[in-house]
Unconditional design. Structure first.
Length: 383
């Protein structure tokens, strides 16, 4: 795939791969099942400038292109998906929203520390009764005396509840149109705001080291200046950022596919059965070939979608295609890697089981596979 990357991107890829082998892999091998948040690793990733790849220098970034960021995400996910999703949410769902729709004050106050890796942030969309159906959002924000008063709750919120969590972007109903349809706005809520609270961490199947909590807002007051963009424009804002986030999730999928292939190649070349190494059996060879094919096609889809984002061209369909293909291919690759490893792969504290757990959420996060198919069908003109 190096033919599609320039010299600077190849150097970035090698640098992050070396960092992951030296820093991320040992941490995850020791703490990956306990769910300990890797503060030191996330801070070092910030010092390397990875969170700021998408943003200009005036906001603490390096102004690189979107494909470079996706290359970085793949390498992080190849080592650990929990670390990768922490960086991905920071940059896409939060950072890109503020960069595109935020005021200059908001960019300086919130985007700069995100880009520098000094804090992490959350995007609070999902609720107990509102996931794929964003129109069902029940959290409200009422304008009162130059403040927004927020009430409601959010579920499954990534990057919440840590000492590095600086703010959350909350999707809330702020008004209704003439037909009574809810108008949604996005509002920045600092984590030290009175009335904001974080529930106990979820005991998740995968992404163990990614902090995920329910959030609660009880008469939570923030300045009117914390409104992101125009009142009532929240829906198109977060749909746009979700499209970008889907490409990020697709990059995580490619990283997981590659990780499964890496492990399966090594193990199948060492493990012997019936007088032969496993990779001498055609059935194993076919599984390895499937994984290589998935990684190759997944990268093509991710790089293409990333190039469209970079050129500010329509990319919703391509984002959905990349996310759908790589997420489902990652789940299949994890299954194939586990089958090749046999009982060893089934051990809960081993890397193959972690890949298996981490792959499943890719078919759900940032829009389920069913939602991706709906987006693709809509782009084809189906109604």
């Amino acid at each position: 795939m190096n033919m599609y990357l320039n010299e600077q991107q190849i150097m970035l890829q090698k640098t992050i791969r070396n960092f992951c082998e030296r820093e991320v892999a040992p941490f995850i091998a020791k703490h990956g099942f306990s769910g300990e948040f890797p503060y030191g690793i996330i801070r070092k990733i910030g010092q390397m400038g990875i969170p700021g790849l998408l943003f200009p220098a005036e906001y603490g970034g390096s102004g690189e292109d979107t494909v470079s960021f996706l290359v970085a995400l793949e390498e992080l996910a190849r080592a650990d998906a929990s670390v990768a999703i922490t960086v991905e949410v920071n940059a896409t769902l939060c950072g890109k929203l503020i960069h595109r729709f935020g005021s200059e004050v908001q960019k300086q106050l919130w985007l700069t520390p995100l880009a520098k890796g000094e804090m992490i942030a959350s995007f609070a969309l999902t609720e107990p009764e509102a996931g794929s159906d964003s129109a069902a959002i029940a959290t409200t924000a009422v304008y009162d005396n130059d403040e927004w008063v927020i009430n409601g709750s959010k579920s499954f919120i990534t990057n919440s509840g840590t000492k590095m969590s600086g703010f959350v972007i909350v999707a809330a109903v702020t008004s209704h149109d003439d037909a009574g349809k809810a108008r949604i706005s996005n509002i920045i809520v600092p984590t030290d705001t009175t009335g904001y609270s974080v529930g106990p961490a979820y005991n998740k199947m995968g992404w163990k080291s990614s902090p995920t909590h329910p959030l609660y807002f009880q008469d939570c007051r923030v300045s009117a200046n914390n409104l992101l963009g125009l009142e009532g424009n929240g829906l198109p804002q977060f749909l746009w950022s979700l499209d970008i986030a889907r490409v990020g999730i697709a990059a995580l999928g490619v990283g997981l596919i590659q990780a499964c292939l890496d492990r399966a190649l090594i193990y199948s070349g060492q493990r012997r059965a019936f007088g032969k190494t496993l990779n001498e059996f055609q059935s194993v060879q076919f599984s390895l070939a499937d994984m290589e094919t998935a990684a190759y096609l997944g990268r093509l889809a991710v790089y293409h979608a990333g190039s469209l984002i970079q050129r500010d061209l329509p990319f919703s369909k391509e984002a959905a295609i990349a996310k759908l293909f790589t997420s489902e291919a990652a789940l299949k690759a994890a299954d194939q890697a586990m089958q090749i490893h046999g009982g060893l792969g089934f051990m809960d504290d081993g890397p193959i089981a972690r890949y298996y757990r981490d792959a499943k959420i890719l078919t759900i996060a940032e829009g389920t596979s069913e939602i991706q198919r709906m987006v693709i069908a809509r782009e084809l003109g189906c109604t």
